[in-house]
Design a protein around this ligand. Structure first.
Ligand SMILES: Nc1ncnc2c1ncn2[C@@H]1O[C@H](COP(=O)(O)OP(=O)(O)OP(=O)(O)O)[C@@H](O)[C@H]1O
Ligand SMILES: [Mg+2]
Length: 254
């Protein structure tokens, strides 16, 4: 079976830091994969390499069967993936409607299709299709929601979402969760990073945990949560249970 994502010995170095360290990752099609790790563990760096936004220092990447290190094949893969990157790279001086039109045209969609899909997505995410406000003036959550709309516009098979729930309001969070569940039910694949473990536990079918650039586990969610919460399993995997607050900061509010 062709995997949705497959990496072999993937590495990325920044100066002295090996941000991603010989990563062998396999994500089957149709699964909802939560890619977890503490701050600085290497999640965003991995997503950037998987989506062609950053070159690896070493290793191989296949996405939907395409070799991401080959310019032509990577372009083919990009037709079928949607991305919310870490730095929401929107064009600051466009309205959301103009931005989605631009993204849709890049994907070769008809103007009418772009208009219909944009209206539907923006309505669902509570963004104003008629608004003349440019994205520079958007709140953080609004930028994130627009970025999701842009990631979905061309009907991708595989979504890479770097912190999609961070900064979005509770109503939008519910809409996004429902939307992603529907996406999976219809055969899509999601690769997501999030620090909100309750959401990960509710949505994801599989979880991978990365520490200092190394994948320390990659399993079905049931095998991690059968005798406790995902939070407890995460703490065990990253060694966070030793970081007790008692006897520390005793100067605070005394
Ligand atoms: N452009 C860069 N230049 C130098 N170092 C970088 C760069 N991007 C990331 N790093 C380093 O690589 C490591 C991994 O960073 P990365 O952003 O992938 O972590 P992350 O798991 O996404 O963390 P977070 O949960 O905080 O988003 C960190 O040590 C970070 O300082
Ligand atoms: Mg990150």
């Amino acid at each position: 079976m062709e995997q949705a994502i497959e990496t072999h010995q993937l590495c990325r170095r920044f100066g002295d830091v090996l941000a991603v360290d010989h990563l062998d990752l396999t994500v089957e099609p149709g699964i909802f994969y939560g890619f977890l790790g503490t701050n600085g563990a290497g999640k965003s760096t991995t997503i950037k390499m998987l989506t062609g936004l950053l070159s690896p220092t070493a290793g191989q990447i296949q996405v939907l069967g395409y070799n991401m290190l080959d310019a032509k094949e990577s372009l083919e893969a990009k037709r079928s993936i949607g991305v919310i990157p870490e730095n929401l790279a929107l064009f600051d001086n466009l309205t959301s409607r103009d931005y989605l039109t631009f993204v849709g045209r890049i994907h070769g969609l008809e103007r009418l299709v772009i208009r219909q899909r944009s209206m539907e997505l923006m309505d669902l995410l509570d963004l104003d299709y008629q608004s003349r406000t440019i994205t520079l003036e958007f709140s953080h959550g609004m930028r994130k929601k627009l970025s999701l709309a842009a990631a979905l516009l061309h009907n991708p098979k595989l979504l890479f979402l770097d912190e999609p729930f961070e900064g979005v309001d509770a109503v939008a969070s519910k809409v996004i969760r429902d939307l992603l569940e529907q996406f999976i039910a219809k055969g899509g694949t999601v690769f997501l990073t999030s620090h909100i473990l309750e959401i990960v536990q509710r949505l994801c079918t599989h979880v991978g945990i990365i520490t200092k650039g190394t994948l320390v586990l990659s399993e079905k969610i049931q095998s991690l949560t059968h005798n406790g919460s995902l939070e407890a399993a995460f703490m065990r995997a990253v060694g966070g249970e030793n970081n007790e607050i008692s006897n520390k900061l005793d100067w605070l509010t005394t």
